[in-house]
Structure formats: C-alpha cells, structure tokens
Design a protein around this ligand. Structure first.
Ligand SMILES: [Zn+2]
Length: 118
C-alpha cells in the first residue's frame, strides 16, 4: 500500500526522475515542477523548497553558490538556514509557481494552555 490518496503518473525516462525536468544530475531540481512537488509531498508529507531542490547538488560549494544565487533572486528564505523541523513549507500556487511561504507549527507545542479554565 504505497498509495496516499493520489497516484503520480510516471515521468519520461530521459528526464530527471525526481522532477521530470531535463537537467543534469548535479543541477537543482525544478521546485516549480508539479511532478516534483507531488512526488516530494508523497514522500515527505510537505511541499519541497528550493533548499530541497538543491540538496542533492555536490559538492557543498555548489550548494553554497546556488544558495547565493537564490538569495540574489530573492527566492531563498533565510529560515531555510535553520535546522530541520523549523523549515517553512512552500505551497505551490495555482499557476504552479512558488510564492507563499507558511510555517507548520510543531505538534504538541500548545499542550499546556494556561487559559484552560480558571
Ligand atoms: Zn530534477
């Protein structure tokens, strides 16, 4: 039972199997690819960010370079530099572009509500 409510059609064999875009193995995935977004969501339960899209790029210097480039283009969220768990989620917009950034609250954070009765 690998299905989680939706089925992703397999992409073409001659493109990146992660994002269905024709790019070199060491180049970033296209986070605006619907295929990438849904494949990633199916595997991780959240939408991919640019950070995820470049996570496989080696060596580290390449990722640093890409990060600088993304900062220049103002699409890098500084919160992505924080440890895992505080990484904001990027929701795909209706037109497939990435724009809206939301943060998912950590579970159990509001366990002790001081306003609970008096
Ligand atoms: Zn890719």
């Amino acid at each position: 039972m690998a299905s989680k409510g939706f089925q992703l059609l397999p992409c073409k064999k001659d493109v990146c199997q992660e994002c269905a875009v024709d790019h070199k193995p060491n180049e970033p995935h296209n986070p605006q690819s619907m295929y990438y977004q849904y494949k990633f969501f199916g595997e991780h339960g959240r939408w991919p960010t640019w950070k995820d899209a470049i996570a496989h790029c080696e060596p580290k210097e390449v990722r640093e370079m890409l990060r600088e480039e993304l900062i220049l283009r103002q699409v890098w969220d500084p919160r992505w530099d924080q440890p895992e768990g505080e990484v904001p989620d990027v929701m795909p917009a209706e037109d497939g572009s990435i724009g809206t950034v939301t943060t998912i609250p950590l579970e159990g954070k509001d366990a002790d509500d001081p306003q609970d009765g008096s």
